[in-house]
Design a protein around this ligand. Structure first.
Ligand SMILES: Nc1ncnc2c1ncn2[C@@H]1O[C@H](COP(=O)(O)OP(=O)(O)O)[C@@H](O)[C@H]1O
Ligand SMILES: [Mg+2]
Length: 439
């Protein structure tokens, strides 16, 4: 198989590398980006300066001999994650400590007499608040292969659906079929709550069986096994050669919303008394207390919820993520490295247009996303909706130099303000006028 550079062939690895010395952005202090994706780091700029000082017309670049930087500490990992993920401080701390220990264990296989056990992680929290993003970012920061699987699409062997081994195939593909790299990767399994055994009032026997069966099947991968992975995906076939993947060092992160888990926790801790939760007239728990309750989650709550004890035994680390408020949603619009607003600013800059969101507009969009109750997921649709006309009209207008999105544009769907070079407002053409101009 042709060996291509990782950054090209593996979309998961979005780390940028110095084109001169090939060190990645985590290990250099600064990285200068040229058009067409060429990069140079601070060390190599220094080396080039030395070459220039010698004044030879043609000189070979020699990679500067810089001592390898130390491995990332949990704090480094958290800091890097914060470039992409807003808030969720507790989860970041738990995750960064867990992966730091995980890779320490892998890198020091004979670290004394104590057999360090693998610590897979369970992420609990509302939808759209960063569970998948946290796992994805972790893999990016660590530059290890990463894949996402959906627990609902997996079935136990012999039933219709996907075999668990197909998850590992995705991991192997993320590692460009380098099985050794895949063996140190991270697998994120989403919707893990959907394979809970149904208990309580409405036992649905069929779902019971398959949910528990899937937990059993995943259990084997999570505790570590040498799995036979069909290289083409699909069902195992007797005459096929399998890829063998040892999952002992693969880190599994499971995520789920676990709707109703608060009630299970509340029942156990006697919420109202012990922790001072406010119970509403109908007996439910006040919204703002959900996050606090979730922080008290214990394995037994999840067993009561329908996870089998052995499965929970393989997820020794649990952490919850909090719902996002307007302040966090506003920051998500503007701050992360790939923030939605930054993306559209960038997109419109190709048309020579400066895109401006007023602070009001950001706040309003955040409030609107909060109202939709889908976490940060609604933000893109809101911004895209407001910019649709802009993206349609602006490329054919050379007079427009600035587009201003204000709160009205978000709230009342009025069109954003267009301005020319001198800052004067311009009118919106109608489609027929545009078509005439084009004719
Ligand atoms: N804390 C956060 N910081 C930055 N972006 C976020 C955050 N939470 C969610 N998002 C954005 O919202 C979308 C959905 O997030 P995701 O991680 O898939 O949510 P879930 O918790 O349901 O897995 C993604 O596009 C992600 O970029
Ligand atoms: Mg998700």
């Amino acid at each position: 198989m042709a060996k291509s550079t990782r950054s090209k062939s593996n979309p998961q690895s979005q780390l940028r590398h110095c084109s001169f010395c090939n060190r990645d952005e985590r290990t250099v202090n600064q990285l200068i980006i040229a058009p067409e994706s060429a990069f140079i780091c601070d060390e190599c700029v220094g080396a080039c300066r030395d070459i220039l000082a010698q004044g030879h017309p043609l000189e070979m670049f020699v990679r500067p001999d810089v001592p390898e930087k130390r491995a990332l500490t949990p704090k480094d990992i958290t800091n890097h994650m914060s470039e992409w993920v807003i808030g969720q401080t507790d989860a970041k701390r738990v995750l960064s400590v867990a992966v730091y220990n995980h890779y320490k264990r892998i890198n020091n296989p004979s670290a004394g007499y104590i057999e360090l056990e693998k610590s897979n992680i369970l992420l609990i929290g509302p939808t759209g608040c960063g569970k998948t993003l946290l796992a994805q970012t972790l893999a990016r920061v660590l530059d290890v292969p990463f894949c996402i699987a959906d627990a609902t699409s997996i079935t136990q062997a012999g039933y219709v659906g996907e075999d668990v081994e197909n998850i590992l195939l995705r991991l192997i593909q993320a590692a460009d079929y380098d099985v050794n790299r895949a063996a140190r990767g991270i697998v994120y399994i989403d919707e893990i709550d959907k394979i809970a055994r149904k208990g309580g009032d409405s036992p649905s026997l069929t779902r019971d069986v398959s949910g528990e069966g899937v937990q059993q099947a995943l259990l084997k991968l999570m505790e570590g096994t040498v799995a036979n992975v069909p290289p083409q995906g699909g069902r195992k076939h007797p005459h096929q050669d399998f890829l063998q993947l040892d999952t002992r060092n693969v880190l599994f992160i499971c995520g789920g919303t676990f709707a109703g888990l608060e009630d299970v926790i509340a029942k156990r801790v006697g919420a109202h008394k012990t922790l001072g939760f406010t119970t509403q007239a109908d007996g439910s728990i006040a919204d703002r207390d959900y996050a606090a309750l979730l922080q008290n989650v214990a394995p037994e709550d999840l067993v009561r919820y329908g996870m089998i004890p052995e499965f929970m035994g393989r997820l020794p680390i649990m952490t919850s993520i909090a719902p996002l408020d307007v302040a966090a949603l506003s920051r998500i619009l503007t701050e992360p490295r790939n923030a939605i607003v930054k993306q559209f600013e960038h997109l419109l800059s190709y048309d020579g247009v400066n895109l401006v969101f007023t602070d009001d507009a950001i706040q309003t969009a955040a409030a609107e996303a909060l109202r939709r109750e889908t976490g940060a997921r609604g933000l893109r649709a809101i911004v895209e909706g407001v910019l649709m006309d802009v993206m349609y009209e602006v490329p054919s207008r050379s007079d427009v130099k600035r587009v201003i999105v204000n709160a009205d544009a978000i709230l009342h769907r009025t069109r954003p303000i267009l301005e020319n070079e001198q800052g004067q407002s311009l009118g919106w053409g109608n489609d027929s006028a545009l078509e005439q101009a084009a004719a």
